[in-house]
Design a protein around this ligand. Structure first.
Ligand SMILES: Nc1ncnc2c1ncn2[C@@H]1O[C@H](COP(=O)(O)OP(=O)(O)OP(=O)(O)O)[C@@H](O)[C@H]1O
Ligand SMILES: [Mg+2]
Length: 263
């Protein structure tokens, strides 16, 4: 898929640059689909530095970060994990959804992130790996309302002293972003953005279970590019998902869609 350049609508790139130049690690906080991953990818691309990404979940183990011993033809070797590798190479480490990691994994990460910037490979030779000077770490967390997320322990939080907030953008900016991904249909896309914002606001006050992101408004535009009508695209992209929470939930959203896009 073609990479779309990040539209830097709230100066996040400049903050990332300043943090990079001062070796201050960055935490990006924001709900799903607000451009966190795209921002960091584009930052690494602009800087022409490799990006190592770890997507945390409850199943992420220390070995994913540090590495694992492997045995082949009677020889034991050590396959370095992404943390070890990025420290050695001095590139950018992207820790996605760091607040879904288990406590033991965070503890190990914390060892590397503190001011000594080093890690002892106790699972292999005991060698101490020191991070190169230009090693840089960016982590993301979803707000605590997001299911499956936990509070990040304060000591881990304090390793990321620069915090960027990414929220859903204002309407006109969201339109500019969607237009980067699709080719036309400006007025229908604006309608879809208004619909998305209505649903987001309802979800924020817990009147609905789901809040659509920029992924949905972009998907809507793409379906229109393929010749689908706005009403139909709204049903497929925004409406049908609410069936998961039952017919009443679905009907609420369906009525909003009909009022905005006709029946
Ligand atoms: N400022 C922007 N400029 C260009 N595209 C954007 C921007 N913000 C979001 N997008 C697009 O929106 C979609 C979602 O963005 P992305 O995956 O970066 O969000 P995220 O915050 O990392 O989401 P998640 O929390 O689910 O991982 C992508 O297709 C991305 O290209
Ligand atoms: Mg992401």
């Amino acid at each position: 898929m073609q990479e779309v350049a990040y539209l830097d609508w709230n100066n996040s790139m400049e903050i990332l640059n300043k943090a990079y130049e001062t070796s201050l690690f960055v935490l990006i906080i924001g709900p799903k689909g607000t451009g966190k991953t795209s921002l960091v990818r584009d930052f690494a691309k602009n800087k022409n530095i490799d990006l190592e990404s770890i997507n945390f979940s409850l199943r992420t183990r220390e070995s994913h970060l540090i590495g694992t011993k492997t045995l082949s033809n009677g020889t034991v070797s050590f396959d370095e994990g992404l943390l070890t590798k990025s420290m050695r190479e001095g590139n950018i480490l992207y820790l996605d959804e760091i607040n879904s990691a288990e406590a033991d994994v965070l503890l190990r990460l914390d060892e590397a992130l503190d001011d000594r910037r080093q890690i002892a490979l106790k699972e292999s030779t005991g060698e101490v790996v020191r991070a190169k000077d230009n090693w840089f770490v960016v982590a993301t967390i979803n707000p605590l309302t997001h299911s499956g997320t936990k509070e990040l322990p304060p000591q881990v939080l304090s390793r990321f002293p620069v915090r960027i907030r990414l929220e859903y953008p204002p309407e006109n900016i969201e339109l500019e972003i969607v237009k980067k991904h699709v080719s036309g249909h400006e007025s229908e896309i604006m309608q879809a953005i208004k619909l998305a914002n209505t649903l987001r606001q309802a979800a924020a006050v817990e009147e609905l279970f789901y809040s659509p992101s920029l992924r949905e408004t972009i998907a809507f535009g793409k379906l229109l590019d393929k010749g689908m009508s706005a009403k139909e695209a709204a049903v497929f992209v925004f409406g049908n998902v609410y069936t998961q929470w039952g017919n009443i939930e679905y009907q609420k959203v369906s009525d909003i869609i009909t009022s905005m896009f006709g029946s």
